[in-house]
Write a protein that binds this ligand. Structure first.
Ligand SMILES: Nc1ncnc2c1ncn2[C@@H]1O[C@H](COP(=O)(O)OP(=O)(O)O)[C@@H](O)[C@H]1O
Ligand SMILES: [Mg+2]
Length: 366
C-alpha cells in the first residue's frame, strides 16, 4: 500500500497543491515555517481522520477560508482507491472512499496505517499521562476498529458521568441509582480497552527492548509497562467505580478507569523521565516508534506509511545513519521525510538505493 497522489486545498498554510509521490522515499525540504510539517499532517489526517497534534478540525482550515479538502489516491496491489476528506467550518468532517460516504470513521481508521516520528514525541516522556494514552489509542485504533468504537463510547459515557457528578454537587443532591446506570454502561467498553491495552503492551515491550538495543548499541535494557488500576481477577469496573464513589463525589469527576491508565517507561529498572540522558531518551522514543511501526505492519499485513518530521534535528548524525541503515535493511514501505537543510538531505539520498522524490516546500511564501 502506498500513497500515489495527494491534493490539498485550504489546509493550514497550503492554499492548493498536488503532489505525486515516489513509492519509496519522499523528501520535503524548505525553510522553517513554509509548510513541511503541514504536508505530513495532511497525510496523517487522511489516514487517521485527525491531525497529528490532535488539533480541532476548525484550526486546520487555512486562515481566511471556510473549508479544507484533502484528496488521496492510495495504491494497493494494483488497485487504486480514492479517498476524500472534507471539512467546512461549522459542519462535521466527512470522508469518502471510492465515491461512497464513510459511515463510521472507526471502520475507516486503520485501512491506511501510519506512524509519525516528530520532534514533539519527547512529550511522551515529559508530559502527563494523556500523551501516553494517546499513543496507545492511536496505535490500537488502527489495529482494531472495535477498540476505537469502544473508546468513543467510553469517552461519551465518561463525559456524561462527570457532568452528572458536577450537577449533583451544584444541586446538593445525590442519586446513587442514577450514577450506577453509568457505572454499568461503562463496564463493557472499559473491559475492551483494558484487555486490548494489556495484550498490546505484552507484545510491545519486548519489541521495544530489541529495537532499543539495536539503535543504541547500549547495555541498558528498555522496558515499557502498563500502569493501570484495571480490576483484578473477578472484580469488575462496577466494583471499581463503587469503591471510588465517595472520592468521585468529592472531586466531582470519575477518578478511576481506563482514562487514568499510564505507561511506565524504564531503562534498566530506572524511570526514563527521571534518570535517562537526552541521548537515551532519543533512542528510547525512536525504538518506541519503530516498535509501533513493526506491530502495525504485522497486524495489518501492509507496511504503514512512515512520516519522519525533522528527524535530523532530533537525532545526531550517528543515529540518523543507523536509522537509514535500518530503513534500507528492513525494507520499509513508503517514507516521507522533512528537513530544512537540503545538503544534509542530499547526503542521505546519496546513500539511499531506491526511487525517491524531493519537493521544495514554499507554501508559506504564497
Ligand atoms: N490554519 C492555518 N492557516 C494558515 N496558516 C497556518 C494554519 N495553521 C498553521 N499555519 C502556518 O503554517 C506554518 C507552519 O508550517 P509548518 O508546516 O509547521 O512549517 P515547517 O516547514 O517548519 O514544518 C506557520 O507559519 C503557521 O502559521
Ligand atoms: Mg516542521
Amino acid at each position: 500500500m502506498f500513497l500515489q497522489q495527494l491534493k490539498v486545498t485550504g489546509f493550514k498554510n497550503i492554499s492548493a497543491a498536488q503532489l505525486d509521490f515516489s513509492q519509496r522515499l519522499n523528501c520535503f525540504v524548505g525553510l522553517n515555517g513554509l509548510g513541511k510539517t503541514n504536508c505530513l499532517d495532511a497525510i496523517h489526517y487522511l489516514c487517521l481522520c485527525k491531525s497529528h497534534r490532535g488539533l480541532p478540525d476548525r484550526n486546520l482550515v487555512k486562515h481566511g477560508q471556510d473549508f479544507f479538502r484533502l484528496e488521496a489516491l492510495f495504491l494497493d496491489e494494483e488497485r487504486a482507491s480514492k479517498v476524500v476528506a472534507k471539512f467546512a467550518t461549522g459542519s462535521r468532517k466527512e470522508f469518502e472512499r471510492n465515491g461512497a460516504a464513510v459511515e463510521r470513521l472507526a471502520d475507516y481508521v486503520g485501512l491506511y496505517p501510519v506512524v509519525m516520528i516528530a520532534p514533539d514525541d519527547v512529550s511522551l516522556v515529559q508530559e502527563g499521562s494523556e500523551e501516553r494514552r494517546r499513543f496507545l489509542d492511536t496505535t490500537l485504533s488502527q489495529i482494531s476498529s472495535n477498540y476505537l468504537q469502544q473508546l468513543i463510547q467510553y469517552n461519551n459515557l465518561l463525559r456524561q458521568r462527570n457532568a452528572l457528578l458536577k450537577t449533583f454537587a451544584e444541586e446538593r443532591r445525590f442519586d446513587a441509582a442514577l450514577l450506577s446506570v453509568y457505572d454499568h454502561q461503562m463496564e463493557a467498553p472499559a473491559a475492551v480497552l483494558y484487555q486490548q491495552r494489556r495484550e498490546f503492551l505484552a507484545r510491545f515491550s519486548p519489541m521495544l527492548s530489541e529495537l532499543y538495543a539495536l539503535i543504541s548499541g547500549q547495555r541498558e535494557s528498555a522496558f515499557i509497562g502498563y500502569d493501570t488500576d484495571a480490576p483484578l481477577d473477578g472484580a469488575t469496573m462496577v466494583h471499581l467505580l463503587e469503591s471510588h464513589r465517595e472520592k468521585d463525589r468529592a472531586l466531582q469527576r470519575t477518578t478511576v478507569g481506563p482514562h487514568r491508565d499510564d505507561l511506565n517507561m524504564q531503562l534498566s529498572d530506572l524511570q526514563v523521565k527521571k534518570y535517562a540522558s537526552q541521548g537515551q531518551i532519543k533512542s528510547y522514543l525512536l525504538a518506541m516508534r519503530l516498535a509501533q511501526y513493526e506491530i502495525l505492519r504485522q497486524e495489518k499485513g501492509v507496511s504503514p506509511l512512515l512520516l519522519l518530521d525533522d528527524i535530523f534535528d532530533k537525532l545526531d548524525a550517528e543515529r540518523v545513519q543507523q536509522l537509514i541503515g535500518l530503513i534500507i535493511e528492513r525494507d520499509f514501505g513508503q517514507i516521507f521525510i522533512t528537513d530544512a537543510q537540503k545538503p544534509r538531505m542530499e547526503a542521505v539520498l546519496a546513500a539511499f538505493p531506491g526511487d525517491h522524490q524531493v519537493f521544495d516546500v514554499t507554501f508559506g511564501l504564497e
